[in-house]
Structure formats: structure tokens, C-alpha cells
Design a protein around this ligand. Structure first.
Ligand SMILES: [Zn+2]
Length: 115
């Protein structure tokens, strides 16, 4: 009973991971805002030109922003799977992703053997 394939965790565990994912969602959203806002003035501290070229795009900040948005998307997906009751199941083999993997990356969708 404990290792049924599609129901890899009980409600209590799901709630715990949901809270972790919501925290992560929050943190990532903030980080994305920071990158968008702070991208232009990362190099020069103490030089506060009011009309700095804020519109000039920093390539690094842009790449970081894309990476963060990708991560945020994965977290939102994971939250959808929590609601659907499929969270914690590997999307490839249907087995349990495993607590170790989820602890390291709560938005993981693959178990260790499918990674
Ligand atoms: Zn798998």
C-alpha cells in the first residue's frame, strides 16, 4: 500500500511540498523583478546618474531572467501537479520521484533513473 504507483505521497506530504513550492514561486518572482530592475547597474556602484541608460539591455541579466522564468514555470507546473494529485510521480515511468530528489529540487519531474 505504501508504494502505490500514482499515489506516491499522502495529503500531508503534498501540503508540505505545496508550501515549499509556493515559497519557491515567491522567491523566484522576486528574483526576476530584481534582475529586471537591477540588471543595468550591477557593474558600477556609487555612480548614480539619474538618467542612466536604464533601457539598455544587459545580456547577462537577460539570460538570467530567462533561466529564472524557466524555473518559475517548472514550479508552477509542479503546483498544478500537486492539485491534480500527480505530484511526486515520475512523468516518464510513473514511479516515485523520491524524497531525496524532491528535497534538492521540489520541481523535479523525473526519478533518478529517468533523469
Ligand atoms: Zn522514472
Amino acid at each position: 500500500m505504501r508504494d502505490s504507483i500514482f499515489n506516491t505521497m499522502n495529503n500531508e506530504e503534498l501540503k508540505k511540498y505545496e508550501a515549499i513550492l509556493l515559497d519557491l514561486q515567491d522567491a523566484l518572482s522576486k528574483e526576476i523583478k530584481d534582475v529586471i530592475r537591477g540588471g543595468a547597474d550591477m557593474g558600477e556602484m556609487g555612480n548614480r546618474d539619474e538618467e542612466a541608460d536604464a533601457t539598455e539591455e544587459s545580456g547577462i541579466a537577460h539570460a538570467e531572467q530567462i533561466a529564472l522564468k524557466g524555473r518559475l514555470h517548472a514550479v508552477l507546473d509542479a503546483l498544478e501537479r500537486v492539485k491534480a494529485g500527480t505530484y511526486g510521480a515520475c512523468v516518464k515511468c510513473g514511479g516515485a520521484v523520491g524524497a531525496d530528489v524532491l528535497a534538492a529540487a521540489p520541481d523535479s519531474v523525473y526519478c533518478l533513473s529517468c533523469k
